[in-house]
Design a protein around this ligand. Structure first.
Ligand code: ADP
Ligand code: MG
Ligand code: ZN
Length: 469
């Protein structure tokens, strides 16, 4: 029997408002521990929350970008659970009346747009941060003691919940990359995953391929890297298939995924909504945005990443368009092409060489970049790499690099190619047996022999003609 993964994501995004969601403490990462607190975000008795207007507007803006209906009457609720990093004993969130519902995100694929339903997007406060000291890799198990930093407590957080419409770990990754870029372009969050500003819970189940049932799901908590998320989902899908295949049943359960060891550890059995004793927050008024505010926010929406991928696809191809747009690179690409560069070559240079070199993209001159793209096959690789690395320097000029010539003379290169092939008989045989990918290996070896001065296109032709002779 073949199995199909069923995945729904809960995505938490920090909003980059200046102050917290229910008090006026500054929001920030990296300040001294417990320096950004007040009676409200420390949960002192009698302290009263006040809603941050901008956080509400940004939640609505995101909802609009995700095609959601915007509630004319949203209500904050208390979600109760006892935890040291939650000083009030409850989290203020939205429950049955969230600000945004029933949206969708289109995920461009070669087979058309995949529609991922957005069940809801709501505004809530983040908990404080617990730091476990001693023990292994900062986890609570085996720790000597724990410290709490309340700076994060009360940071505005939007939670976006998808329908169980995602069908693979790779699709989850692509959805998240697109969502992240959308949030960044809306200007509401930096969504920096390594700082915990975008965190994901993945709900995972499997079912017989072709069926439309929803089987018992498990949840992998709190992941903050696209690769970990994809690997965590893959590991859990595999585990569940094993459980069903062995005649057993998957039990509802929450897991932590340890990316270093690739293992899933069961956490606690899942609470039901009843356990949280939700009730409307009596200290806050409902959120009732006037229609003209919602219209104004809608009018501010930029052209969104998914639309731009489709537009670029026409000029390029889907994969390159996706990489450029989700990397926030498409504007530079457009300007570089306008400055005369070849479309595909410009996309390759920007997405690979430029990003790999860690260049400050905002400082790059498209005209100079276009010159380098045009000269890539002609000038020595070392000169090209050096020029790319310096592209972001103030006043950078490509000219000194453009006058250098890579060795393209076949007569000069032939003996080196011959030497490299002789030195690697195993690889030569593998190539002749169909392992075409080894071409890059041979070219790389010749480049090494020539200190990066050979013209890789000519080398590649020489290698090919010799091996295919
Ligand atoms: P809660 O976490 O509050 O129990 P929901 O029932 O609303 O929430 O579901 C949370 C997430 O789980 C959603 O993203 C949803 O798409 C996903 N989900 C629900 N059922 C399944 C299932 N059978 N398999 C995979 N994901 C599921
Ligand atoms: Mg959940
Ligand atoms: Zn505060």
């Amino acid at each position: 029997m073949s199995w199909e993964p069923v995945i729904g994501l809960e995505v938490h995004v920090h909003l980059k408002t200046r102050t917290k969601v229910f008090c006026r403490c500054p929001v920030g990462f990296g300040a001294g521990e417990n320096t950004q607190t007040c009676p409200v975000c420390l949960g002192f008795p009698g302290a009263l929350p006040v809603i941050n207007r901008r956080a509400v507007e940004w939640t609505i803006k995101l909802g609009l970008a995700l095609g959601c209906e915007i509630a004319q009457h949203a209500v904050f609720a208390r979600k109760h659970y006892p935890y040291p990093d939650l000083p009030k004993g409850y989290q203020i969130s939205q429950y049955d009346l969230p600000s945004c519902i029933n949206g969708k995100m289109l995920l461009p694929t070669a087979e058309g747009d995949r529609v991922i339903g957005i069940v809801r997007a709501h505004l809530e406060e983040d908990a404080a941060k617990t730091i476990h000291v001693g023990g292994r890799s900062g986890r609570i198990g085996g720790a000597d003691y724990s410290l709490i930093d309340f700076n994060r407590g009360g940071t505005p957080l939007v939670e976006i919940v998808t329908a169980p419409d995602i069908r693979s770990a790779d699709e989850a990754r692509r959805f998240l990359q697109l969502l992240r870029q959308t949030v960044v372009e809306l200007g509401i969050s930096d969504a920096e995953m390594e700082k915990g500003a975008l965190r994901v819970d993945a709900n995972v189940s499997v079912r017989p391929t072709g069926s439309d049932e929803l089987r018992t799901r498990t949840e992998i908590k709190n992941m903050n890297s696209f690769n970990f998320i994809a690997r965590g989902i893959e590991a859990e899908v595999e585990r569940q298939i094993g459980v069903w295949d062995s005649g057993d049943e998957v039990r509802q359960q929450t897991y932590d995924f340890d990316a270093a060891t690739g293992t899933l550890t069961a956490r606690r059995s899942k609470e039901e909504a009843d356990d949280y004793r939700y009730f409307p927050e009596p200290d806050l008024v409902p959120v009732e945005p006037p229609a003209d505010l919602v219209e104004a926010l809608c009018a501010e929406l930029p052209e969104l990443p998914a639309e731009r991928i489709r537009r670029l696809e026409a000029a390029l191809d889907l994969d390159r368009a996706t990489v450029l747009v989700t990397g926030g690179l498409d504007r530079l690409w457009g300007e570089t092409v306008a400055a005369g560069a070849d479309r595909t070559a410009a996309a390759n240079v920007i997405a690979n060489a430029l990003v790999g070199a860690g260049v400050d993209l905002g400082a790059v001159s498209p005209a100079e970049l276009a010159k380098l793209v045009g000269a890539r096959d002609r000038i020595p690789r070392t000169a090209f790499d050096e020029a790319i690395a310096k592209l972001g320097d103030p006043g950078f000029s490509a000219e000194p690099y453009l006058t250098q010539e890579a060795v393209a003379d076949s007569a000069e290169l032939e003996p080196i190619v011959a030497r490299v092939l002789e030195a690697n008989p195993g690889q030569v045989e593998a190539f002749r047996n169909g392992k075409q990918g080894l071409l890059g290996f041979f070219v790389g070896q010749v480049m090494k022999e020539t200190d990066g001065k050979a013209n890789p296109r000519v080398v590649s032709e020489l290698v090919r003609s010799r091996l295919e002779a």
